[in-house]
Design a protein around this ligand. Structure first.
Ligand SMILES: Cc1cc2nc3c(=O)[nH]c(=O)nc-3n(C[C@H](O)[C@H](O)[C@H](O)COP(=O)(O)OP(=O)(O)OC[C@H]3O[C@@H](n4cnc5c(N)ncnc54)[C@H](O)[C@@H]3O)c2cc1C
Length: 385
């Protein structure tokens, strides 16, 4: 079998996490009834609602698996999965804390000094402090070795100059984890000489400009650094060592269930529509989409088991994200084919979800690493590149 080494066993979630699932569902239902949020597709990316994040944090559902000394709750990976899965399925607005908790927290836990961990992690777990991700630049997206933002060593720290792009939520976040060059490339090593610095987005010299999406929404930004001073204690890890740190960060960024659940509120609306007005095409579509979703979910849980065992399942994560994001895009196209008329956001729930999905779906296979790049990862593991 060509994928004999890929770690997809056939897992089930332990029965005891189902009580927690029921608790999250009750919370979500109460929130919706109280108009705490309106379920929306893609809300893990563009539903930035600090108050909602804080309500989750009060229940211990932000930074769930982190150690107590860093404000976490030492819950298991499966419990964390169930909470995330339910929030994604509900289309809850979790964007304020999502990326920071998903990837910056684990990065800090692994590589940051104690003072940084003690300051940032408890505030993140209380959803008081939000991070933006500063990786991509105008000429460096897929190939981060092309990053040109540079930090120069000065007395007591670093001075940063450069430009990041596509920084989701940077206009509302407090800090950015900036991937930059701090040294020359070592001879023949295009991945050497990079570092990660925590930049205060309110510091003088930081300018954040909006980049509007085609639906007029603003969650992207261009972030410019003009002689921004960063004290040395806000360097993460050792200077020049950030390449491997970023590879581990991308593992967290790519492996979660948000890579196939962005469109779940649309699928749920499609099921309601098919139940209310059944016809053969709708029923067949629901059956096919559900089967694919179920397979992806099983793969995602298997991936989680590998992560929980301390492994770095880069190839499995690439496979789930490639299959998951293609599923999301195709689901939107299938739903569009079943729509009775041109969707508008003020009409039926199904139409409103579809209208939003049509506008945001092109991003599904780009963000967090494009599908071509993910397939390169898979191809390399098969010795094909
Ligand atoms: C919704 C969204 C949110 C984002 N949020 C953030 C964020 O918060 N922070 C951040 O830093 N970035 C963010 N990004 C940026 C994202 O990570 C990049 O868009 C992505 O990595 C691709 O980089 P690029 O846009 O520069 O495309 P390019 O790298 O220029 O790629 C262009 C095309 O060429 C293909 N290609 C490139 N290299 C190869 C190769 N070696 N083999 C085969 N094909 C190749 C790509 O697949 C793609 O189709 C976000 C993007 C989106 C869409």
């Amino acid at each position: 079998m060509i994928f004999q080494d890929a770690g997809f066993s056939l897992p089930e979630l332990p029965a005891e996490v189902e009580a927690l699932r029921a608790e999250v569902r009750t919370f979500v239902r109460t929130e919706i009834e109280a108009e705490g949020f309106v379920p929306a597709c893609n809300a893990w990316m563009d539903g930035f609602d600090p108050a909602f994040s804080r309500r989750l944090a009060q229940r211990g559902w932000v930074g769930m698996t982190w150690p107590r000394r860093y404000g976490g709750h030492e819950r298991g990976a499966f419990e964390n999965f169930v909470v995330n899965e339910e929030l994604l399925a509900a289309g809850a607005p979790v964007a304020a804390h999502w990326a920071g908790v998903r990837q910056t927290g684990p990065l800090l836990m692994r590589f940051a000094n104690d003072a940084i961990k003690d300051y940032f992690l408890p505030r993140m777990a209380r959803a008081e402090l939000f991070f933006a991700i500063g990786l991509s630049e105008p000429d460096a997206g897929s190939d981060l070795a092309q990053v040109r933002t540079r930090a120069r060593a000065v007395d007591g720290g670093w001075v940063v100059n450069g430009r990041k792009i596509w920084s989701s939520g940077a206009h509302r976040a407090h800090w950015m984890m900036v991937f930059c060059r701090t040294g020359g490339e070592a001879e023949g090593d295009r991945r050497g000489g990079f570092s990660q610095l925590i930049v205060d987005l309110k510091d003088p010299g930081v300018t954040i400009r909006p980049i509007h999406m085609m639906n007029g929404a603003h969650h992207f930004n261009e972030t410019v650094f003009d002689d921004v001073f960063v004290p040395s204690e806000r360097l993460i890890g050792q200077p020049g060592d950030a390449w491997s740190q970023v590879v581990s960060e991308l593992g967290y960024e790519r492996s979660g269930p948000e890579r196939f659940l962005s469109v779940f509120p649309l699928l749920a609306a499609l099921v309601r529509l098919a139940a209310a007005r059944p016809d053969e095409r709708r029923v067949v579509a629901v059956g096919q989409l559900t089967a694919r979703l179920w397979t992806l979910r099983r793969m995602s849980i298997a991936l989680l088991m590998l992560l929980a065992r301390g492994q770095s399942p880069e190839v499995e994560a690439a496979l789930v994200k490639d299959l998951g994001t293609r599923f999301e895009r195709e689901a939107v196209e299938i739903a569009r084919g079943l729509a009775a008329h041109r969707p508008g956001k003020d009409t039926h729930d199904f139409d409103a979800q579809l209208a939003k999905c049509l506008l945001v779906a092109p991003a599904f296979t780009l963000r967090g690493g494009t599908n071509e790049i993910l397939r390169n990862v898979v191809a390399r593991s098969l010795g094909l590149r």
